[in-house]
Design a protein around this ligand. Structure first.
Ligand code: PMP
Length: 400
C-alpha cells in the first residue's frame, strides 16, 4: 500500500474525504498545507498593510514578508538574484507580460516557435502577438510518446526564429520535454527562450541557470501555494529588454502629467497593489517544500504514477495519450464519451478533469474532443487510486 507521509499536512484532504471526495485533479490546482493556511491567516490576523509604500509597522512587516518570498523564489529556482523574480497573477499573466513586453523587438516575418502540446496560456499570447505583428507561429511536432523530437526541431528552429516558448512538462501528456536539446537550438540563433514551468515546477527542483532559459514562468496554486500569484523569472539581461506593459502605482521613479521614468525589474513590472497575502502564502509553500525529503517525495510520486499507469494498462479499451512519465495520465475509452465517464466518476466522488485541458489543438490533432485526466499530488496515496479504479470499473460497466 502506498502511503503519503505528507497527507496529514493538508487539512483539505480529510475535509474532502469526509464528503466522500477523492481528489485527483492536482494538475488543475493543488490543495494547501496547513503552513500555507497559517501564513494567510497570520498575515490578515496580524494586520494587513500595503507593501513598498508605508513606513508604519504593519507596512514594513508586510513588505519584509513579501520581499522574503521573492528571495525564497530566487533560491528555489537558483536565480542569480531576487531582482530576477517578478510576481504576476500566474503563469498566464507571466506569458502575456512577455508577449507584450517583447513585442517591439519583433519584425514582420520573424518566427515564434512553440510546440504542438502547449497549454492555451503558452499558445494564445504568442498567436495573438503573431497576428498583431505579422509574425509566423511555427509549431514543433511531437513523436508518438508526446515528446518534441529534437531532430525535427533542429530543422524548424532557424535564422528567422526570434523566440522559442515551450512547456517543461505537458499538462496533458505528462512528459518532460528535452529542454537541454531544444533550448540550445534557439540560443544558437540568438532567440529568446521561454519555459512554461506551470506543471514542471511542481515536481523536483529546477535550476534556471543550468537550464539556460531567458524566462521561466509558474503559478503558485499548482505548487501547493495560494492562487492569484505566479512567478516570472527572467535573467537580468533578458529582463532589461522588456518594455513596460501595465502602468500604475509603485512602478515609477517619477512622473509628470506628460511622461514618466519607470523602475526596472522587478517593481517596474508589478504596477498596482499585488496579491500580498498570496505572495506571503507562496513563501510558506516554498518553506514547506524546502523542508521535505526530496528523494522521498520523488520516490512516492514515481511509485504512485507507476500504479496509475499499471491500473489503466490492466483494463481493456483504454487509450492512454502519449507515454506519460510523471504526475498524470490522460486517457479515453473506446466507445465511451469522456463527458459521460467524467459524470459517472464525479457521481462516485472521484474528482478528475475531463475535456480538452486547455490544449484544444493538441486534442484535435489526436482526433479527440476531450479526455479524462487523473493527476497526482504528493498527498495522494494508494487508496485514492484504488477508489478511482473501483469507480472507473463501475462506470465502465454501466457505459459499455
Ligand atoms: N501552462 C500549463 C502547462 C498549465 O498546466 C497551466 C495551468 N493549467 C498553465 C500554463 C496556466 O496556468 P494558470 O492558469 O495558473 O495561469
Amino acid at each position: 500500500m502506498l502511503i503519503s507521509p505528507w497527507r496529514t499536512d493538508f487539512p483539505a484532504l480529510s475535509a474532502l474525504a469526509a464528503e466522500g471526495q477523492t481528489y485527483l485533479d492536482s494538475a488543475a490546482t493543488s490543495q494547501k498545507p496547513q503552513a500555507v493556511l497559517d501564513a494567510l491567516l497570520g498575515y490578515y490576523a496580524s494586520g494587513a498593510a500595503n507593501v513598498h509604500r508605508a513606513q508604519h509597522l504593519p507596512g514594513e512587516r508586510a513588505t519584509r514578508a513579501f520581499e522574503g518570498t521573492r528571495t525564497q523564489a530566487a533560491h528555489w529556482l537558483n536565480a542569480a538574484s531576487p531582482a530576477e523574480i517578478l510576481f504576476t497573477r500566474g503563469t498566464t499573466e507571466a506569458i502575456n507580460l512577455l508577449a507584450y513586453g517583447l513585442e517591439e523587438l519583433f519584425r514582420p516575418g520573424d518566427e515564434i516557435v512553440i510546440s504542438a502540446l502547449e497549454h492555451h496560456a503558452n499558445l494564445l499570447p504568442w498567436q495573438q502577438l503573431a497576428l498583431r505583428k505579422q509574425l509566423r507561429l511555427v509549431v514543433l511536432p511531437l513523436d508518438s510518446d508526446g515528446g518534441i523530437d529534437p531532430e525535427q526541431a533542429a530543422h524548424l528552429i532557424g535564422p528567422r526564429t526570434r523566440l522559442l516558448a515551450i512547456s517543461q512538462l505537458s499538462n496533458v501528456l505528462g512528459r518532460w520535454q528535452a529542454l537541454s536539446d531544444l533550448l540550445p537550438l534557439a540560443r544558437a540563433q540568438g532567440a529568446f527562450t521561454v519555459v512554461d514551468g506551470a506543471q514542471g515546477v511542481v515536481h523536483g527542483r529546477h535550476d534556471v541557470q543550468a537550464m539556460g532559459c531567458d524566462f521561466y514562468a509558474f503559478s503558485s496554486h499548482k505548487l501547493y501555494g495560494p492562487d492569484g500569484v505566479g512567478v516570472l523569472y527572467g535573467r537580468s539581461d533578458a529582463l532589461a529588454k522588456l518594455k513596460h506593459w501595465q502602468f500604475g502605482g509603485e512602478m515609477v521613479h517619477s512622473t509628470t502629467y506628460q511622461s514618466a521614468d519607470f523602475h526596472g525589474a522587478p517593481l517596474g513590472f508589478e504596477a498596482g497593489t499585488p496579491a500580498i497575502a498570496s505572495v506571503i502564502g507562496l513563501g510558506a509553500a516554498l518553506d514547506y517544500l524546502s523542508n521535505l525529503d526530496h528523494a522521498a517525495v520523488a520516490g512516492h510520486e514515481t511509485a504512485l504514477h507507476a500504479k496509475l499507469l499499471a491500473g489503466l494498462a490492466a483494463r481493456d479499451g483504454i487509450r492512454l495519450l502519449g507515454a506519460p512519465q510523471l504526475a498524470l495520465a490522460s486517457f479515453c475509452v473506446d466507445g465511451v464519451h469522456n463527458a459521460d465517464l467524467a459524470h459517472l466518476l464525479t457521481e462516485q466522488g472521484v474528482a478528475v478533469r475531463a475535456g480538452h485541458h486547455c490544449a484544444m489543438p493538441l486534442l484535435h490533432s489526436l482526433g479527440l474532443q476531450g479526455a479524462i485526466r487523473v493527476s497526482l499530488g504528493l498527498y495522494n496515496d494508494g487508496e485514492d487510486l484504488e477508489r478511482f479504479f473501483s469507480a472507473l470499473d463501475k462506470a465502465l460497466e454501466l457505459l459499455r
